[in-house]
Design a protein around this ligand. Structure first.
Ligand code: HEC
Ligand code: HEC
Length: 316
């Protein structure tokens, strides 16, 4: 009797494993629908210049979309192509950034403006699959998205075939069951006023520079699980000790609690102090003082609810 139960339990378990494996395998390329934003790249040199400022400044696209030693290239003021191929060795496997230069076979040359805009705003690749949520640009304004895509179009094409992603078993399960396109969480603005207001600072922190993505605790699939900006999950760079993105709220336990606005701006002028820090300090050096003041003004308004454990998460 006992033997029989074991036998049937074994058969059941095997069926379950085979079933989950089959579903996992068939759900590796699930296609999604999302609208194509009405964004059109411009040839206007001031719009292209503004796009370049975003790409190499607050949005730090270059930190991920180049496989070289971006820190030293940025410090040398070199031209760094967005030819992709940077490997992210994650618990889910190896993920590679894409070539986003206008090369027609290995880059974005064949994509329409709407397809590029949709990938960034709605998290859906031109082929319909979901974009892994590395990028925070879902709520970026029409004006800024237009500037970014105008700059992408204006670059020199670089022929560089980046490796395909190589997810491990956990990664395949995450792709099959957890990864979904992430889209806007608010009404998209046509343009955002660039002043030193906390409102503009919040826009940069959450929608462009992704301070929140590192300085807030997140789950393995990327959802926020911690208090907004009150300190992130430790980041491990292979071969180095882990670094924890500190609390950068207006709270008394924040790293910047005693910093004046001037201290904050000059800290960013200084750039990277811990050489293996993953914080994109050398791109952020290209931010304007106004952008930095706006960020500071916003951070000072953020008050974490740290009192009780079951308090709702401050998801702003
Ligand atoms: C934190 C790292 C990171 C940053 C910063 C970043 N990207 Fe990406 N990007 C990636 C990764 C990784 C992928 C691949 C995602 C995937 O395949 O699902 C990607 C994919 C893309 C794609 C989709 C390409 C395709 O073939 O479907 C576009 C377009 C893109 N990035 C543009 C940008 C632009 C423009 C910026 C800056 C405004 C930027 N990225 C900033 C990591 C980053
Ligand atoms: C890719 C992850 C990442 C992003 C994006 C990021 N940070 Fe950080 N940040 C870190 C880590 C890790 C540290 C600790 C190591 C260090 O100081 O470089 C840190 C440290 C800091 C510090 C303390 C520096 C010091 O000298 O004590 C401040 C302030 C800060 N970040 C603000 C920001 C702001 C503002 C943004 C957005 C404009 C931002 N960070 C974006 C990861 C990140």
């Amino acid at each position: 009797m006992i033997r029989k139960i074991f036998k049937w339990a074994g058969v059941l378990l095997l069926t379950l494993i085979v079933g989950v494996s089959i579903i996992t395998a068939t759900r590796q390329h699930v296609k999604y629908d999302a609208p194509y934003p009405a964004i059109q790249a411009s040839k206007d040199s001031s719009i292209i210049a503004r796009g370049k400022q975003i790409v190499y400044g607050p949005a730090h696209c270059v930190e991920c979309h180049n496989a070289g030693n971006v820190d030293s290239l940025l410090l040398a003021n070199a031209d760094i192509p967005l030819s992709g191929g940077r490997k992210f060795g994650l618990p889910v496997g190896d993920i590679y950034s894409k070539n986003i230069t206008p090369d027609t076979s290995t880059g974005i040359g064949k994509y329409t403006d709407g397809e590029i805009a949709r990938a960034l705003r709605y998290g859906v690749h031109p082929d319909g699959t979901a974009v892994f949520d590395f990028m925070p640009f879902h709520n970026i304004s029409d004006e800024d998205l237009t500037a970014v895509i105008s700059y992408l179009r204006a670059q020199k094409p670089v022929h560089n075939q980046v490796p395909a992603h190589n997810p491990n078993l956990l990664g395949k399960m995450v792709i099959a069951f957890l990864v979904k396109p992430v889209g806007p969480s608010e009404v998209i603005k046509k343009s955002v006023k660039r002043d030193t207001s906390a409102e503009y600072g919040k826009y940069l922190v959450a929608n462009v520079a992704n301070c929140s993505g590192c300085h807030t605790k997140r789950s393995i699939s990327g959802e926020y699980t911690g208090e907004w900006l009150a300190g992130g999950t430790p980041i491990v760079k292979e071969g180095y000790p882990a670094l924890t993105p500190p609390d950068i709220t207006g709270d008394s336990s924040s790293r910047i609690f005693r910093w004046s606005q001037n201290d904050f701006v000059s800290r960013f002028h200084d750039g990277k102090r811990i050489p293996f820090s993953e914080m994109p300090w050398n791109s952020f050096k290209n931010m304007s003082d106004n952008d930095l003041k706006a960020i500071y003004n916003y951070l000072k308004t953020v008050q974490p609810l740290k009192s009780s454990q079951d308090a709702p998460l401050a998801k702003e």
